[in-house]
Design a protein around this ligand. Sequence first.
Ligand code: MF3
Ligand code: CO
Length: 255
Amino acid sequence: MITIKSKSEIELMRKTGEVVALALEKIKESVVPGVTTLELDQIAEEFIRKNGGIPSFKGYKGFQGAIDYPGSICASVNNEVVHGIPGLKVLKDGDIISIDIGVYLNGFHGDAARTFPVGNITENARRLIEVTTTSFFEGIKNALKGKRIVDISLAIQKHVEANGFSVVRDYVGHGIGREMHELPQIPNYAARERGPRLEPGMTLAIEPMVNEGDYQVKLLDNKWTVVTADGSLSAHYENTIAITEEEPIILTKTG
Ligand code: MF3
Ligand code: CO
């Protein structure tokens, strides 16, 4: 079932989303050579709790024998696509790192991700991050009442592929609200199903995951971390948005 949120519920989600966005801004300052992904996790957790929230990901049920998720954030470095578990890995100059944050506050979840450069990165890495970001904005040009999920998906895929990169297929965006993962699923490529029509009050986490090389991925032995099959770099950009009568609202932003 797709849940439709009222205007006042969307206002609550905006407040939750603001904490997500502020947490990402806070982490960005600490993404420097020498920092560990666990230190970034601790900064995020402290910030989220100080603002009255709970990290949505912490303790998230593992499946197929995986442990419950131990981090407050996902910290995915270089060839890691998503669900990098924070730990003793030290960031070095030239890395890229995707930080994904979920916050539960006011009875609702907010979910957003960004990929940050660590020090000086290559031109191709910079372009990968830029194309991933702009693909999200191309996608949400279609986040309009009466259009379908597939219209968002196709716009993302076209932009990514026109720029020579590929879109991950095994992981998708999702509806979000009182639960972190609600229907509908939101692929970042044109899947067989066209998906439901968009209606005001739908709240969606749209999250292109873009690989420098091939779209195929594999799962590490920790049963969480997804990496590119060919070892190429990967970037991630996500916001929680609300469908309205007019333009969509980005909920995971400041101000
Ligand atoms: N933003 C991701 C998602 O929507 C992160 C989930 S991490 C998990 O699935 F630990 F919560 F699963
Ligand atoms: Co998400």
